[in-house]
Every structure is written in C-alpha cells, then in structure tokens.
Design a binder for this molecule. Sequence first.
Ligand SMILES: Cc1cc2nc3c(=O)[nH]c(=O)nc-3n(C[C@H](O)[C@H](O)[C@H](O)COP(=O)(O)OP(=O)(O)OC[C@H]3O[C@@H](n4cnc5c(N)ncnc54)[C@H](O)[C@@H]3O)c2cc1C
Length: 454
Amino acid sequence: MTTTSPHPATATLSKAQVVIVWLRRDLRLTDQAALYYAQRYAKQHSLKVQLAFVFDRAILDLLDDKTDARVTFIHNALTAIQAQLLGQGATLDVFYGTVEDAQNHWHRRYDVKAVFVNRDYEPYSLQRDATQEENWASRNAAWFSYKDQTLLEQNEVLSNTGTPYTVFTPYSRKWRDKLTPYMLKPYPTEKYFGLLHQQDPLPLPTLASMGFACTTIELPPPTVHTELLQAYADKRNFPSLPATSRLGVHLRFGTISIRQLAKLAQANSDTFLNELAWRDFYFNILHHFPRVGEGKAFKADYDLIKWRNNEAEFRAWTEGQTGYPIVDAGMRELNTTGFMHNRVRMIVASFLCKHLLIDWRWGEAYFAKKLLDFDLGSNNGGWQWAAGSGCDAAPYFRVFNPTLQTEKFDKDLRYIRRWVPEFQDPFRYPRPIVIHEEARKRCLEVYAAALKKS
Ligand SMILES: Cc1cc2nc3c(=O)[nH]c(=O)nc-3n(C[C@H](O)[C@H](O)[C@H](O)COP(=O)(O)OP(=O)(O)OC[C@H]3O[C@@H](n4cnc5c(N)ncnc54)[C@H](O)[C@@H]3O)c2cc1C
C-alpha cells in the first residue's frame, strides 16, 4: 500500500473559509467599522471572521529606539484584544514580517474570501493597501475598506463649489453640519461575536522576539472624565494642569472609538469637539494635498526660505538646552514622556523655525520619532502652522515670544520648575542660545526675502 500527501486542492477544502479583518490603526473590537461589515458579510455568505495583525517590518525596522513606547502600546492593545477573543473561543492571528509575507501566510492557512480594513490615509499605507488589494484580488479575495479613523473623511466636507477647504473656520462650520447623529452611530459588533472563527489560540510574537523591549514610559489610560471635558475650554492652555485628555495615542491606534469620543464632546465641551474637527481637518488636507506628506510646504514659496540649519543649535533644542525655560521644559517633557502639551508644541515649533531658522521638517521628523500620538496629518499640520507655510497657518511675521508665552500660560512657573528645576542656576543652566529680539528681526528678514515681502 502506498501513502501520498494530500493533493493541494484537497488541502484547500480542509481550510476554514474566512473573511479577514486586518487590524492596523483600529485596535479594538467595539464600535469598529471594518469588523462590523466583515461580520455582516460573513453572515450573508456563511463564513467565519478571523482577526489579524501584522507587525510590519517595513515600519519597525526604521525605529532606532528598541524601547519605542508605541511598539509596547500596540503590543499591549493586541494582548487585550487577544484576551477578549480567547473568551469567545477565537484568536488573533499576528504575523511579524513584511505585509507580503503575512498575506502569503494567511493565504496558506485559510481559504480567504474577503479582507476587511479600515482606511488608512498616510502615503505609505495608501501604497501598501493598493498593492494588497490587487494581490488579494489575484487570489480571488475581495477587498473592502471603511471609514473608522476619522469622523468625516475625503469628500464628505467640501465647499459649496465642491472644492476642499483650506481654511479651518469654514471647514469646521460645514463639518458640524455634516456631523449628524447617524454619523456617530456605534457599530454593534458585539452582537455578532458568534461569527468569530473558532480555533486554538495562536501566540502573539513577544517584544523580545521582534528585537524590542518594553518601554518605561507611562502609557495613558483610554478614558476621559466628563469633569475634564467640562473644564477643558478654561484650562486646556495651561501646561502645568492635567487638563487635556491625553487621548491622542488612543486615537492614533484606534483603542478608543472616535465616534464615541465625539458624542462625549458634544455633550460636554464644544471646544473639545473643535479640536476633533482640527484632527479631521488635517486628515482632509493630507488627503486632498498629498504633497504635504511628501515634505513639501503647503504654500510653495515657503520652500524658498534660506534655513540656517545649525546642527549644534538643533541638538540644543532636542535636548532642552536652549536657555529658554519654556522651550526646554517642553522638549524635556517630550523626551521623557512621549507627550508634549499642545501650547508648548506651538512654542517649541515656532522657536525652532523662527528663532533658530531651522527647517520645520527637522522638527517634524524629531516629533515623529518621539511623540506617542504621532500622526502624519496633525504633526505636519502643526509644524507647517508654526512655520507659516501651512494652510490657515500663523502669519509669517508672528513670532512667539517665549517670555510672554510663559507669563501667560505658566505664570507661576510650575511647568518649568517641573522639567527644568535648575533654570535659575547660571552654573547649571545655559544662557539663551539666541537673543529674542535679534532672532525675531533675523527671522523676519529671511522670511521677507524668500516671500518677496517688503
Ligand atoms: C507642532 C505640532 C505638532 C503636533 N503633532 C501632533 C501629532 O503628531 N499627533 C496629534 O495627534 N496631534 C499633534 N498635534 C496637535 C496637538 O498638539 C495634540 O493633538 C494634542 O496636544 C494631544 O494631546 P491630548 O490628547 O491631551 O489633546 P486634547 O487637547 O485632549 O485634544 C483631544 C484630541 O483632539 C485632537 N487635537 C487636539 N488638538 C489638535 C490640533 N491642534 N490638531 C489636530 N488634532 C488635535 C487630538 O486627536 C487630541 O488627542 C501637534 C501640534 C503641534 C503644534
């Protein structure tokens, strides 16, 4: 008697027929658009739902810091999802490698009928998803993508003439009109957990197996108190107060639902809702003007500015050693916690571009490395706002005075004392690396020359 290994066609028959929900910036199981639509599709076509994630080496290999807090954050979020899935007899399927290898791996393991994702808007992700969609199509698997990361996306908020907005105030007015209760309806994913593909647990790769270690940075919880939202308008500009939500990183990775947060905002703080509109606004700019994500100034003539790009001064800025306590406090907060208060982000960014005349792209890249809540659209928007080169940006002649900003927003110096305790000690704290009035004058001259202003 001879034995033969199963014919490939027979092997396919024994594979589970599934739809894959490929998680990326949507690391949760509740109120999750792609998961919900996958469940409905699975129900209609008698399939099962398999959740999957890729620790993408194309991204991870670029991170120099092997304790990068964002990798720990993602790992923690996946661990929490895995615990929920195990409770349902299901499991996450997590792959460490390239996205192409992940696809091959899933193709071998399952009979994949369709792949469901939530849309991702950054240049790398757009390219990646376009290729994936094609590759899955060649394997007879359909591709479905949804809005989940933003409240209103792409062409949902256009001017009456059908053009994208480039100024925030009219954008936000239209945005509010369009933000109907229907837009904020939660996706009832829990109702369909019975459709999850049942299989033995698959282990998550450990951080160590991917060459990473756990961060020591404290990661903020995914919650916000209504009291904080109610006091937000009055207190949000004072960096010494715990008065902002710190939810940026949760919005970045989708560990909370933006719709749920918007509903909370509607009930408790119009000012907070406005900040969520800013977030959508910058997604909108990135979508309609993709050049901003490719290192170009939104206003092209700002690319003519002759930056000084002094490396020693850049280093002093990154290390919080400029001799301007409010700037140094911000940079030290960022380096230590992966967070910086919004008011201080504006001050340090303005200082880098205008006082030091260092290209805003250097600062943007530094923030991208360090911020837990790093998001290409908002980060680029914030930097171009500060440099004056962005849409609806601070005018070029507006140069924040760090001393006046301190008097306004950290009058009792609590924030500064916390991060720069030695700031009054001339032996331990550096003298200012530039004199405000001189730097301001130099900046105005350089900007005016580039922009041909008299
Ligand atoms: C130079 C610069 C760079 C920035 N880089 C980023 C970035 O990489 N990622 C990022 O999410 N935000 C960025 N911001 C915007 C803002 O500083 C942060 O969103 C905010 O400080 C995060 O803290 P929080 O979660 O406590 O915000 P909260 O004040 O509690 O606001 C709630 C949420 O609203 C959104 N939001 C608030 N302010 C803004 C804003 N001005 N623009 C866009 N969205 C906003 C964020 O998602 C935020 O989490 C940047 C701002 C500047 C000036």
